[in-house]
Design a protein around this ligand. Structure first.
Ligand SMILES: *[C@@H]1O[C@H](CO)[C@@H](O)[C@H](O)[C@H]1NC(C)=O
Ligand SMILES: *[C@@H]1O[C@H](CO)[C@@H](O)[C@H](O)[C@H]1NC(C)=O
Ligand SMILES: *[C@@H]1O[C@H](CO)[C@@H](O)[C@H](O)[C@H]1NC(C)=O
Ligand SMILES: *[C@@H]1O[C@H](CO)[C@@H](O)[C@H](O)[C@H]1NC(C)=O
Ligand SMILES: *[C@@H]1O[C@H](CO)[C@@H](O)[C@H](O)[C@H]1NC(C)=O
Length: 714
């Protein structure tokens, strides 16, 4: 039974032993050393929570004795002093490649991480005694070792040994990140300091709408950014000039700037190496990257109890600095490469980080800065950013205000308003660099299938197409969401260039990309009704709120096993049962459906009044036939038949010229679905207030005979 007062003595003694073992290996005989290591491990265990195995994120209640031990140790300057000394010695060994010290070093960092759960006093001591700086150095060492390429031409034993060593460095790396999170929790000063360490100290900071110099496609290995000389210690970060966020008064802005300067004073530049985290996402798996994401989230998101203005400053600091953008880009690429699910913790946290970026007006800036120098029309990082924006807009989180009570929060909190400058930016980005390219590809596909062009002319690989597709998909999904916002929709419906693009895209797809029927009688999933979507949203919302607290890491065994070597992602396995081997046969699933959804929303004002201008425009630009052609089942575009019928009703409602066009098509034996043709219903679509109505029957009816339809030729 280790009594609480004595534990401090024991830990100091053990730490001295560890330090000696690092510096003068062999000073203790083997059995004494292993006893001491074991004793140290026990203390690490005694200072952390038991792991709750069944429910991963539920923390076990705190054991009062454990809490007491943590405080006893965490509040002891001597303990932190000796931990620092021991870690310094251990770092020196690891830096020289003496990997056998890994386990000992890990235990020290684990202990430190656990002790930080004792909050302020422990945090202060960890910083003052220099332990924090040693952790940053250790992180750097770990990243270097973990990212070294494996030696070639080894025998199996040597290969396994090397993998194991790398695994050891990765584990320490993750614990270091957890340590950093625990260190900065709830302390503005330290959050800012760690930001300066991660992303560099700007002399001035202008994260405005202009894109930065293009970031390199591949991050440089830890080098370039570190070349900048660190500022003189204690000088602060000079004049941080942050552009005021929308709705922030000059006085408030001045106050923030002043706060920033005072908080950044006393910045410890020991082991200052901004950019050193950039490669981390390449080394980790989704479970492992969580602490890094939580550090960023706790620095930029509007978490209850944080200083909103400082969270905004850090959000800008991150994106204004090359190493911040590099790291964020790598995280996005990581998320895309692992094809992380939307209800995955990583995705949820990144959505909140993206929301912070959006709220600070920096989403366009981020998008621009993830451009590539090469030919890619949408880079993987840009696609993931779009996807995250879709998630943000899908479930606008109720913004919390720090001075509101939880009850007030529940009653009435402002919902994230769509910033009206955002849709035009992304629409322009799409029109400027995406639409022409995709139409070019689709046309060529059409010509190849007609036989007027040779396959050899199709130079895109499936891999190229997959990346382009990812971008197009995310853009269109985002536009569908934009088109559900009444005000934004009104602007979109006036952007004839955009409306024209969508009609054109649908037309080209209609001509070139055949429909696909997996099987005529396979069961289809029930359509996603509004109700079930809301239910899913509500569930995710609850989930989200749980992640919006600053919390310490103090669980043991929370590190996943080493990955199997071949556990890399490969894109095409679960896509479809079909074997799409020829790139020119790529079918762009969901693209037609998104186009129909967008058009459907744009054809009415406030959901009910037909928008005659849009109706006329679609007719005049030959948009009716392609939409008519979508009134058929297509397993690449689920429920497109139902969507197209709704869309056509919107396009024809109250518009005699357009109805005439459809009647003429029918006279030419073009099949038009019953629901659209029902002449009486045109009139019934408009109620006596001139508003459009739609019967429920039509929306739900889907026992249709879509498969016997002949294609309409234009
Ligand atoms: C190591 O030291 C312990 C106690 O200090 C002693 O009992 C043991 O015999 C020593 N072992 C060796 C192999 O020297
Ligand atoms: C926050 O950190 C600073 C130094 O980094 C320290 O002086 C201060 O006491 C800390 N504040 C709290 C509330 O822990
Ligand atoms: C804000 O700061 C600027 C420059 O530092 C100064 O000119 C201006 O008077 C300040 N405004 C307020 C309201 O404090
Ligand atoms: C949500 O869906 C579940 C089944 O998935 C159901 O039991 C529950 O009642 C639904 N909740 C609401 C609010 O509709
Ligand atoms: C937009 O379309 C979606 C489905 O396509 C529909 O649920 C939504 O109500 C429409 N919104 C507006 C404003 O038309």
């Amino acid at each position: 039974m280790s009594s609480v007062p004595l534990i401090e003595e024991l830990v100091v003694l053990l730490l001295c032993g560890q330090e000696a073992a690092f510096s003068y290996g062999g000073v203790l005989n083997v059995s004494a050393q292993s006893t001491s290591d074991q004793e140290f491990k026990n203390i690490v265990k005694e200072t952390q929570r038991k792991k709750e195995t069944r429910l991963r994120r539920r923390q076990a209640p705190e054991d009062p004795l454990m809490v007491k031990k943590r405080e006893q140790l965490g509040h002891s300057r001597r303990v932190w002093h000796h931990m620092t000394q021991a870690l310094e010695a251990g770092n020196k060994e690891l830096a020289e490649g003496k990997h056998h010290n890994l386990a000992k070093v890990w235990d020290i960092v684990l202990l430190a991480r656990n002790l930080l759960a004792a909050k302020e006093v422990a945090q202060d001591l960890a910083a003052e005694e220099g332990f924090e700086a040693e952790v940053r150095r250790l992180l750097h060492i770990c990243i270097e070792h973990a990212s070294k390429p494996l030696g070639a031409e080894q025998d199996k034993a040597a290969h396994d040994k090397e993998l194991q060593t790398k695994g050891g460095y990765k584990k320490i790396m993750i614990t270091c990140l957890q340590f950093i999170n625990n260190l900065i929790t709830g302390n503005e000063t330290r959050k800012l300091h760690i930001w300066l360490h991660l992303f560099g100290t700007p002399s001035s900071l202008h994260a405005t709408g202009t894109p930065p110099a293009k970031p390199k496609a591949k991050p440089t290995k830890g080098g370039k950014n570190a070349a900048k000389p660190p500022p003189a210690p204690g000088s602060g970060v000079g004049s941080i000039s942050v552009p005021p966020a929308p709705g922030v008064s000059v006085a408030q802005h001045n106050e923030t700037a002043a706060k920033c300067n005072s908080l950044s004073a006393g910045f410890n530049t020991k082991h200052y190496k901004p950019g050193f985290l950039t490669n981390i996402p390449r080394l980790l798996q989704p479970d492992e990257i969580e602490p890094l994401l939580i550090i960023i989230q706790s620095g930029v998101s509007q978490i209850p109890g944080t200083d909103e203005s400082m969270q905004a400053v850090r959000c800008k600091l991150m994106l204004a600095q090359g190493s911040g953008r590099d790291l964020f880009r790598e995280i996005l690429v990581f998320l895309g490469a692992w094809e992380v699910d939307e209800d995955d913790f990583c995705h949820i946290v990144l959505t909140q980080i993206t929301e912070a970026i959006l709220l600070n007006g920096l989403a366009p800036y981020a998008y621009e800065s993830f451009k590539s120098d090469g030919l890619e029309i949408v880079t993987p990082a840009q696609s993931v950013l779009l996807k995250l924006l879709v998630s943000v807009y899908k479930e606008p989180r109720r913004l919390r205000h720090p001075h509101r009570t939880a009850q007030q929060d529940e009653e009435e909190t402002p919902i994230l308003q769509m910033d009206k400058t955002i849709p035009p930016f992304f629409i322009n980005a799409f029109r400027k660099s995406v639409i022409d390219e995709i139409i070019k590809i689709v046309r060529l596909q059409g010509e190849i299938s007609k036989g007027t062009k040779s396959k050899d002319e199709f130079t895109w690989s499936l891999w190229d197409l997959d990346r382009i597709y990812e971008g197009v998909y995310q853009f269109l999904e985002l536009f569908v969401l934009f088109s559900e916002d009444h005000e934004v929709k009104a602007d979109m419906a006036k952007d004839w260039g955009f409306v024209g693009n969508i009609i054109q895209l649908l037309g080209e797809m209609d001509k070139a990309i055949p429909r696909y029927l997996a099987s005529k009688d396979t069961k289809r999933d029930p359509p996603k009704t509004g109700a079930s979507a809301t239910n899913a949203t509500a569930a995710a919302g609850v989930n989200k709120e749980n992640h919006m607290v600053e919390r310490p890491f103090d669980l043991s065994g929370d590190l996943p096993e080493e990955p199997a070597e071949d556990q890399t992602q490969d894109g095409y396995d679960d896509d479809n049962d079909r074997d799409l081997v020829e790139p020119e046969e790529f079918t762009w699933p969901h693209v037609k459906r998104f186009c129909v959804n967008i058009m459907s929303n744009l054809t009415c004002i406030d959901d009910v009044i037909p928008n005659k201008e849009v109706q006329d425009f679609v007719r005049e630009h030959d948009g009716l036939v392609p939409i008519l052609n979508q009134c058929k089942y297509d397993d690449d575009n689920p429920y497109i038949r139902e969507y197209a019928i709704i869309c056509l009703k919107g396009l024809l409602g109250g518009n005699l010229e357009s109805q005439e066009v459809v009647r003429n098509l029918e006279a030419k034996k073009v099949e038009v679905p019953e629901e659209v043709l029902d002449r009486n219903e045109y009139e019934h679509l408009i109620d006596n207030k001139g508003r459009m109505t739609m019967s429920k029957r039509d929306r739900l009816e889907r026992n249709g005979n879509g498969d016997r339809v002949t294609e309409v030729k234009q």
